[in-house]
Design a protein around this ligand. Structure first.
Ligand SMILES: Nc1ncnc2c1ncn2[C@@H]1O[C@H](COP(=O)(O)OP(=O)(O)O)[C@@H](O)[C@H]1O
Ligand SMILES: [Mg+2]
Length: 575
């Protein structure tokens, strides 16, 4: 609970005035709940008096007492109506605040996710990331909103009821609250079990989310390999396990509610037994007092039943808070050092004995070993070699998606780590190996590359240079054609060319093409490279490819083998 409280503290502080308002409304609503109860006792006493007098053939005038009953009934009817109005505002106030807090937490987590490195994303599945951002945040919201509200409501009401009952009859109050300690002890033990089960359920939810995400992303492979049945079975297995875990959790929840109802029922019996005894002994003078006691305990039934739900939501929120914190405490490995100057980037790239290992902490695999080269600004470098030789890794290192493990990368003679990260990345045009486009219009996909405000002519110009313009204009909606889930699907070559347009629109100082021409025909490839070289004379161009047949004009070529440079030089190596 401590962790959960400290996690939520800053949000409680931010919305303290709203929450205070909610708390005041809880107090008022509870006062209004208890206010009519003494009138129930009084009315019963009057009715009893009238009945006993009738039996004694009393001929007194009772219109005065009837008037009193009418007033009491009026109070008993009207006060709950006002109470309902206050309760409505109390719920509104607290639930709205919890929604605001949910909005804040989601934004905080999302912006934190965005700062984290690629290695974090490779370690954790998308489904898990999504699950923590949605399901887990939702549990925290339920805890902060209804959870806390019902808990405070119960505490306040319970204290008020005890004080009221105590004022009427101390010993009877003592007997009535006897089951309460047993209730708290049972809640404590059951809640430990709920936490354990909640953790299992919530982790399973992440597994399901990842499974779904992967299945739908790979639907083309599943269909073409006729693997639907296999995935159907796999889905059944995952869901079955989830169902069983949920049933176990539901069982414990039910046990908790049953224990609560049983113990409240016991309180009723105790009132009847001890109250009755006292009444017959004459220690309680009015029968209405016993009716009042019953009503007080009845008022507590609903808040106590809700307590079962509150305990379960607090336990779930505890697990969620741990899961959310797990990712929030991840720090980006690549970040900006303090006070870096945003210098102009010219584009000279220098590797000095650079070595790199993926997953250095978990299962290290040496990928790049002692790579050294220099490419002056405005020149063209070809990086070639077999698959797995480390070409893509070098591209990622230049874009500072990863930092080298040994050695140094210099840009314009200054260590890459001493360049302002965001300023540097904004000067890089990177076309990754896998063309990724967002489910948005072609226009917005290309414009995404631009750092400044985009003028339409820039988008058209980039599309022209990437030789995708004709394809776009042939679509019915032209640049406004929506790609992906909500729109049309493009061919591999079309996607690659849109990605190229997205990279060149920002007029970068360093352009990296990672196998970006693989799905484009030879003639078009040559034209794109020619256009780019003519138009961006000062840009350093790095072309990563295993097929160099379409590139004739370059300044330096590096052949990689198993992460090491096996050949380096100019044209003369090959021609
Ligand atoms: N994210 C990663 N985590 C672990 N190993 C990786 C990762 N990416 C690539 N590798 C490994 O690093 C080596 C070089 O990969 P890569 O640079 O992609 O080669 P290339 O682009 O030349 O095909 C390969 O052995 C590959 O298995
Ligand atoms: Mg590669």
């Amino acid at each position: 609970m401590g962790g959960l409280l400290s996690f939520s503290k800053k949000y409680f502080r931010k919305y303290k005035s709203r929450l205070c308002m909610g708390f005041i409304l809880i107090l008022i609503s509870n006062v209004l709940t208890l206010l009519p109860i003494p009138y129930i006792g009084k009315s019963i006493n009057i009715i009893k008096n009238i009945f006993t007098s009738f039996s004694k053939h009393d001929t007194r005038d009772y219109s005065n007492l009837e008037m009193k009953i009418c007033i009491y009934t009026g109070i008993i009817l009207i006060i709950p109506i006002i109470g309902g109005f206050v309760k409505y505002h109390m719920r509104q106030c607290i639930i709205t605040t919890s929604r605001m807090i949910e909005f804040d937490i989601k934004n905080e987590i999302f912006s934190h996710y965005q700062k984290l490195n690629l290695s974090f994303y490779r370690k954790n599945s998308t489904g898990d990331l999504m699950n923590r951002l949605t399901e887990d945040v939702s549990f925290i919201r339920q805890y902060i909103g209804p959870g806390v509200m019902y808990f405070i409501n119960l505490v306040v009401l319970f204290l008020m009821v005890i004080i009221q009952m105590f004022r009427i009859d101390r010993t009877l109050t003592f007997y009535v609250i006897l089951p309460i300690p047993i209730l708290f002890v049972s809640i404590y033990y059951i809640s430990i079990y709920i936490t354990k089960k909640s953790e299992e359920v919530q982790n399973y939810q992440s597994i399901i989310c990842s499974f779904m995400q992967e299945t739908f992303s790979g639907i083309q492979v599943i269909k073409s390999f006729v693997s639907e049945k296999f995935f159907q079975e796999k889905h059944k297995k995952v869901i079955l396990e989830y169902r069983n875990k949920n049933i176990e959790l539901a069982k414990i929840d039910t046990i908790l509610s049953s224990v609560i109802i049983f113990l409240i029922g016991t309180s009723h019996l105790l009132i009847l037994f001890f109250g009755g005894k006292k009444y017959f002994k004459g220690e309680i003078r009015e029968i209405g007092t016993i009716a009042e006691f019953f009503t007080y305990i009845n008022v507590l039934i609903f808040p106590f039943i809700i307590l079962g739900w509150v305990v379960s939501i607090v336990e779930r929120a505890k697990v969620s808070q741990i899961r959310i914190n797990e990712f929030l405490k991840e720090t980006p490995e690549i970040f900006n050092n303090n006070n870096l100057i945003k210098t102009k980037i010219f584009g000279k790239v220098q590797f000095k004995n650079v070595s790199f290992i993926y997953n250095r902490k978990d299962k290290p695999t040496k990928t790049i070993s002692k790579v050294s080269f220099t490419i002056p600004k405005g020149k063209t470098l070809i990086l070639t070699g077999e698959t797995g030789s480390g070409k893509t890794t070098i591209g990622r290192l230049i874009s500072r998606l990863y930092d080298p493990y040994k050695g140094e990368i210099l840009i314009d003679n200054l260590s890459l780590k001493n360049h302002d990260l965001y300023n540097f990345r904004s000067k890089i045009g990177y076309v990754p190996q896998e063309s990724f486009l967002f489910s948005d219009s072609i226009y917005n996909n290309i414009a995404l590359g631009s750092i400044e405000k985009v003028e339409p002519c820039k988008v058209y110009d980039a599309a022209k240079k990437a030789m995708i313009e004709n394809d776009i204009l042939n679509f019915k909606n032209g640049y406004e054609t929506v790609i992906g889930e909500r729109g049309i699907t493009l061919s591999g070559g079309q996607k690659q060319r849109i990605c190229i347009a997205r990279a060149i629109i920002r007029n970068p100082s360093i352009l990296i093409f990672d196998d970006s021409f693989s799905a484009i025909d030879q003639k078009t490839r040559k034209s794109i490279i020619r256009y780019i070289k003519e138009d961006m004379k000062n840009t350093t161009i790095i072309i990563i490819t295993h097929d160099i047949s379409y590139i004739s004009d370059f300044d330096l070529i590096i052949v990689l083998k198993n992460g090491k440079i096996s050949k380096i030089g100019n044209h003369s190596i090959f021609f």
